[in-house]
Design a protein around this ligand. Structure first.
Ligand SMILES: CC(C)(COP(=O)(O)OP(=O)(O)OC[C@H]1O[C@@H](n2cnc3c(N)ncnc32)[C@H](O)[C@@H]1OP(=O)(O)O)[C@@H](O)C(=O)NCCC(=O)NCCS
Length: 178
């Protein structure tokens, strides 16, 4: 739980973002609830922030003026280290295909693309980084489910089956989520 002063500092940081928002649209309340929240400060002021959402999805943003100074690397490393300490099984993330700088960092740390989809009109990569065996199993499960999805439409009772599979998927995610 973070204190009220830090809360408003983070809210102020988010408000001060401008062009960064083109690639970063994480909801503030979810950021504030992150159990893995990390920050970088320069002269006492927050210049970058990272963490994960309730669904283990990574968020990362560095203020434009401070980009390309390895802060993104530093924050990503800290989140991964904290996740390992807290026995998280995996971290996922969504990143626009056009965001080559962020993708470069994520790949360096071991994230791989699981699938591509559209977010609005923009192409999005869904990436995952398993942190242990359970995480690797979850990655295999997600890959299999993704490959099976188009086939299900051709099976009799496909839509009913889809509902059951979605319920099963939610149960499986809960087992692997920390
Ligand atoms: C993505 C972001 C967090 C990176 O932060 P940063 O502090 O600038 O990153 P770093 O300085 O640690 O690293 C930048 C790396 O990208 C590389 N890079 C720079 N421009 C690049 C480009 N156009 N394509 C590929 N790689 C690029 C740099 O060479 C460096 O890698 P290296 O150290 O291996 O040489 C920052 O650009 C940002 O906040 N963007 C807006 C919000 C956002 O996109 N968040 C991620 C949403 S998923």
């Amino acid at each position: 739980m973070i204190n009220r002063h830090l809360n408003s500092e983070i809210a102020y940081f988010c408000k001060s973002l401008t062009v960064e928002k083109e690639d970063f649209s994480f909801p503030l309340p979810e950021m504030l609830q992150s159990r893995l929240l990390v920050m970088e400060r320069i002269d006492g002021k927050i210049v970058g922030i990272a963490g994960t959402s309730r669904r283990n999805s990574l968020f990362l943003v560095v203020k434009k003026e401070y980009q390309n100074q390895k802060i993104g690397h530093k924050l990503t490393k800290k989140v991964i280290e904290n996740a390992k300490k807290k026995n998280y099984h995996y971290i996922t993330l969504n990143v626009f295909q056009s965001n080559s700088r962020a993708i470069h960092i994520y790949r360096k740390f071991g994230f791989t693309i699981l699938y591509t989809n559209l977010m609005g009109s923009r192409k999005n990569f869904f990436m995952i980084f398993p942190l242990d065996c359970k995480g690797s199993l979850y990655k295999i499960y997600l890959l299999t489910a993704h490959k099976l999805r188009p086939i299900i439409g051709y099976i009799p009772y496909g839509p009913t089956l889809c509902v059951h599979i979605r319920q099963l998927a939610n149960k499986i995610r809960e087992i692997f989520l920390r």
